[in-house]
Design a protein around this ligand. Structure first.
Ligand SMILES: NC(=O)c1ccc[n+]([C@@H]2O[C@H](COP(=O)([O-])OP(=O)(O)OC[C@H]3O[C@@H](n4cnc5c(N)ncnc54)[C@H](O)[C@@H]3O)[C@@H](O)[C@H]2O)c1
Length: 307
């Protein structure tokens, strides 16, 4: 079975490519390299995975890739992904993520691709009004990024209704794992690990009692593969661990596992931060047969060893 992964040179995309290839899938990646890492490119090369350089916002270019690659499945992961950056540059996010998704879905429908997996985000929920967050929770994004992912979901739904396209939308919670790019917008796990490496205290915004749901990237790859096989299509599924961890607990875990004595410093809370968020995983469990396998302790140990 042939799989085309957009954003295949990004963090989740390249892990998915390697994972699917290891299971015997024929994998091709497409990426405009705007946010890819050298490490991801090196690993794709060493695994002999074909990478095409192209932009999903360019319909002609994308459609000719889909036409010549003729994949059975498209995993659409290409996107700009920072909440903070999207507040500063909203048009860029709407243009890249919404037009990009519209093009991918149009092309998938035109070439009668058997299945489209849309990689969406828990950012579509906004501030939770009940916990855990299930897929019926109202959507109310708090950023142009979240809005662009929600708009993408609507585009997928529309084309599935109109063109008999089969899709699965995965709303990922906080994904972490090896070879994630460190930037000013990176997630808290990467920032804490960098502090440990630099022997600096871990910076916590607010009380640290806010909680998040972290899922290891290999578990995300497993969810993608299960979605390629599942008969329960044209549905949205959460992909998280289903277990909240507070930022204080996370900091202590990283300090304990690393044996580092740098401690923590507290800064004022960041405006717009969600207080608590974690996924209700019963739907993905029931219909995709998905259960996360890597605990946060195992994932952190691995990161401290390899980075
Ligand atoms: N990392 C997370 O915690 C997380 C959480 C929820 C959802 N997601 C979703 O997962 C997907 C992948 O995220 P990631 O963490 O791997 O991010 P990433 O930035 O590492 O990867 C995204 C890739 O898409 C590419 N890209 C961006 N715009 C493109 C375009 N117009 N044409 C072609 N390629 C383009 C980038 O160059 C990059 O390689 C995104 O759709 C994101 O919304 C990620």
């Amino acid at each position: 079975m042939k799989v085309l992964i957009t954003g295949g040179a990004g963090f989740i995309g390249h892990h998915t490519a390697i994972y699917l290839k290891s299971l015997g899938y024929d994998v091709i990646c497409l990426d405009n390299l705007s946010r890819s890492s050298d490490e991801a490119l090196r690993v794709l090369r060493s695994e002999n995975i074909k990478l095409l350089v192209g932009d999903v916002t360019n319909y002609k270019q994308l459609d000719s890739v889909v036409s010549s690659a003729s994949p059975d499945v498209i995993v659409h992961a290409a996107a700009l992904i920072s909440v903070e950056e999207s507040m500063e540059r909203p048009e860029e996010y709407v243009n890249n993520n919404v037009i990009g998704t519209l093009n991918v879905v149009r092309s998938a429908a035109r070439h009668r691709i058997s299945r489209l997996i849309y990689v969406s985000s828990a950012a579509v929920y906004g501030d939770p009004i009940k916990l855990p967050i299930d897929e019926n929770h109202p959507t109310s994004p708090k950023s142009p990024y979240g809005l662009s992912k929600l708009f993408g979901e609507e585009v997928v739904k529309l084309y599935c209704r109109a063109y008999d396209l089969s899709s699965i939308t995965l709303r990922l919670f906080n994904v972490y794992g090896p070879r994630q790019q460190l930037s000013q917008y990176s997630g808290v796990i990467l920032k804490f690990i960098r502090s440990v490496r630099e022997n600096l205290p871990l910076t916590i915004y607010g009380s640290g009692e806010q909680s998040r749901d972290f899922i290891h990237v290999i578990d995300v790859c497993r969810a993608v593969e299960l979605s390629m096989m599942s008969p329960y299509v044209n549905e949205v599924y959460n992909v998280g661990s289903g277990k909240p961890i507070s930022i204080n607990e996370l900091a202590n875990l990283i300090l304990n596992i690393s044996g580092c004595k740098v401690g923590t410093v507290y800064m004022p809370p960041r405006s717009g931060d969600i207080i608590h968020s974690y996924a209700d995983m019963s739907k993905a469990n029931a219909y995709l047969g998905f259960k996360p396998t890597i605990t946060i302790e195992e994932g952190i140990k691995e990161l401290l060893e390899v980075r």
